[in-house]
Each structure stands twice: as structure tokens, then as C-alpha cells.
Design a binder for this molecule. Structure first.
Ligand code: NAG
Ligand code: NAG
Ligand code: NAG
Length: 307
């Protein structure tokens, strides 16, 4: 109750007291975001500092906070702002149990009660991956996610400095507790490796109303796989070279040995039997001696002697 005293009408000597009920709570946030904190701000025009202030409500409509004390510190908190004549109730980790039930803020005898309504227009359920079928093979990365979200977002993949808008492959509307229909959406995309660098960041961001939410930020490293391939091929080439050179060395050794063997054999036969040339020379030399004897020719010395 807020009372304006000594309300004067000009020219008339009448004093009246006008009293206005002025206590009310409002949701501070633009949206009720599942899992995040929700603040209910109670605005009271005339609430004396020593007057009892409290918050009542929730699923069982019981006392939540009283003059700054909380009955459940993990869930509720009371905040004061004296300069703005208000005190807030902070509901931690907002979920369906917190919605569609009554909340009341009071200062002394003044009280305001209202229902915290969950509506299609004020609710956000940020995308949550419920199943991840993504897989990476040698030459591609297949993103395949099943997620729950409300309302339907706009999502985009970003990689290689390009943004690709996502088309939802499946949209299933399913009831949850509190009869609120979340969307189950399937997102699929295949990133082919051959056409891009082997190392890159892939991110998936979804915007739900005004809120942007990053679902995926992954550094995909295909270089390792490519290196392995490279290593493998290097290995094969090395093996090939080693085996070929081994074969060549072996053949050369065998050939050398054969050659040496043959040469050795020849040398042996040479020492036993003189070579043809030597034999001819021997024959010639013996013949020369014989012929000299047979023809009775003068010796070389005799020849040299002038007649
Ligand atoms: C109280 O309200 C004033 C005016 O809006 C604001 O500047 C201040 O930050 C608030 N204080 C707290 C503790 O919220
Ligand atoms: C909401 O959260 C409370 C605990 O903070 C839990 O007891 C309750 O079961 C939750 N409700 C739903 C619908 O998940
Ligand atoms: C990927 O993102 C990280 C930061 O998250 C950055 O440090 C890195 O340089 C990025 N890599 C590429 C290839 O863009």
C-alpha cells in the first residue's frame, strides 16, 4: 500500500489521503531459459527496512525466503536493492517444476501473488545433444547429432571460413513433463577431407531466439592419418629399395664369385699347360734351333762376320 498524503486540490482546502496498492513482481529476464537462473523482482513503493519481507511459492507454495534467509540455499536466494525499492527472488537452475505455479512476494501486510507461466513465447530450451552418431573415417568426418531444443533454432556449421546453414533432417515434437513440447532435431553433415586442409576447426552454433549457443567446436586433425599414409608409403618404398638393392648386391657378389672361380680355374690350367702363344713360341724356338742344326746354317755370330 502506497499512500499519498496531503493531496491538495488547488483553490480548495480539502485534504484527502489517496492510497494505492503498489507491490508487484515481474520476471527480470527476457526469457525463461531451462537450466539457467530466473529472477523475479518484487517492486514495493513503500516498504520500511524493518518490515518483514518474504517470498512464498514454488511447486508446493511454501516459504522460500524470509528477510534474506533461504529455506533452500541451492535453489532460492533473496537479493535486495534498497535504492530501487525492490527485492528479488533468484530461482537457480530453472526447470519445469518451477513453472506454472504461484509465487508471492510480501512486505508486511502487502502481498502480490501471480503464476509464473511457461509460454511458447517466453521459453527457451537451449539445444542439448541427446545422441551423437558422429564418426570420423579416413577421408571424411560425419557429423550426426540428435538434439532437443525449443523453439526451433537456426544452426550453422563454420569451417574453412565458410558458414553452412543447417537443414534439419528430422523434427519430432515430443511431450515432456509439464506437457511442454520440445523439438527433437537431427543434424547431419559430412565434411569431405580431400578438398580441404587436413587440420581445421569445425563449429556448430545454434541460435535460439536471441541466444547463441555453441554446440560443437572441434579441431579435426586428419594430418595424422595422412602422415600415417605417407609413412606407410615411405615404408613400402624403403622396403622395395632395400630388397632391390639387396638382390642387386647378391647378384653382383655371385657374378663376381663366378668370374673369380672361372679365372682361378684358367690360371690353374695355365700353370699346367702353357698357353697357345707360349706353346707356339716354344715350338718356334725349338724349331729354330732344329732348323739351324738341320740346315747347318751359320750361327748368328757367323752371319755377323763379314765374308
Ligand atoms: C540497484 O539498482 C540500481 C539502479 O538500477 C543499480 O544501479 C544497482 O546496480 C542495483 N544494485 C544491485 C545490488 O543490484
Ligand atoms: C527440477 O529440479 C529439482 C531440483 O532442483 C528436482 O527436484 C525436480 O525433479 C526437477 N524437475 C524436473 C521436471 O526436472
Ligand atoms: C582452432 O581453434 C583454436 C581455438 O579454439 C585456435 O587456437 C586454432 O588456431 C584454430 N585452428 C585452426 C586450424 O583454425
Amino acid at each position: 500500500m502506497y499512500c499519498l498524503r496531503n493531496f491538495k486540490f488547488p483553490g480548495l482546502l480539502i485534504f484527502i489521503t489517496v492510497c494505492v496498492t503498489s507491490i508487484k513482481w515481474d520476471i527480470k529476464e527476457e526469457y525463461l531459459v531451462y537450466g539457467q537462473d530466473v529472477t523475479l523482482a518484487c517492486n514495493v513503493m513503500s516498504c520500511q527496512p524493518n518490515t518483514a519481507k518474504m517470498w512464498i511459492g514454488g511447486p508446493n507454495f511454501n516459504l522460500l525466503c524470509f528477510d534474506g534467509y533461504s529455506t533452500n540455499k541451492n535453489k532460492y536466494e533473496m537479493m535486495f536493492n534498497h535504492s530501487r525499492h525492490e527485492y528479488d527472488l533468484i530461482i537457480r537452475g530453472f526447470n519445469f517444476s518451477d513453472a506454472n505455479c504461484h509465487y508471492a512476494c510480501s512486505c508486511g501486510l502487502q502481498r502480490y501473488t501471480n503464476k509464473l507461466k511457461l509460454k511458447d513465447s517466453n521459453f527457451i530450451y537451449l539445444p542439448v545433444v541427446v545422441q551423437d552418431f558422429s564418426k570420423q573415417t579416413v577421408d571424411r568426418f560425419q557429423i550426426d547429432l540428435l538434439m532437443k531444443v525449443f523453439p526451433l533454432p537456426t544452426c550453422e556449421f563454420v569451417y574453412e571460413d565458410n558458414a553452412f546453414l543447417v537443414n534439419f533432417n528430422t523434427v519430432i515434437k515430443g511431450p515432456t513433463r509439464s506437457d511442454f513440447e520440445l523439438n527433437t532435431v537431427r543434424i547431419q553433415r559430412t565434411i569431405d577431407l580431400k578438398s580441404y586442409k587436413c587440420k581445421r576447426n569445425v563449429s556448430l552454433t545454434c541460435q535460439v531466439r536471441s541466444l547463441k549457443h555453441r554446440l560443437l567446436h572441434q579441431n579435426i586433425d586428419f594430418c595424422k592419418i595422412e602422415d600415417e599414409h605417407h609413412e606407410h608409403s615411405v615404408e613400402y618404398v624403403t622396403k622395395f629399395i632395400i630388397s632391390v638393392s639387396g638382390f642387386l648386391i647378391l647378384s653382383a657378389t655371385i657374378a663376381f664369385l663366378i668370374y673369380k672361380c672361372v679365372k682361378e680355374n684358367r690360371r690353374n690350367s695355365e700353370s699346367e699347360n702353357p698357353t697357345d702363344r707360349e706353346f707356339v713360341q716354344m715350338v718356334l724356338s725349338s724349331n729354330e734351333a732344329e732348323a739351324t742344326q738341320m740346315l747347318n746354317l751359320p750361327s748368328s755370330e757367323a752371319e755377323a762376320t763379314p765374308i
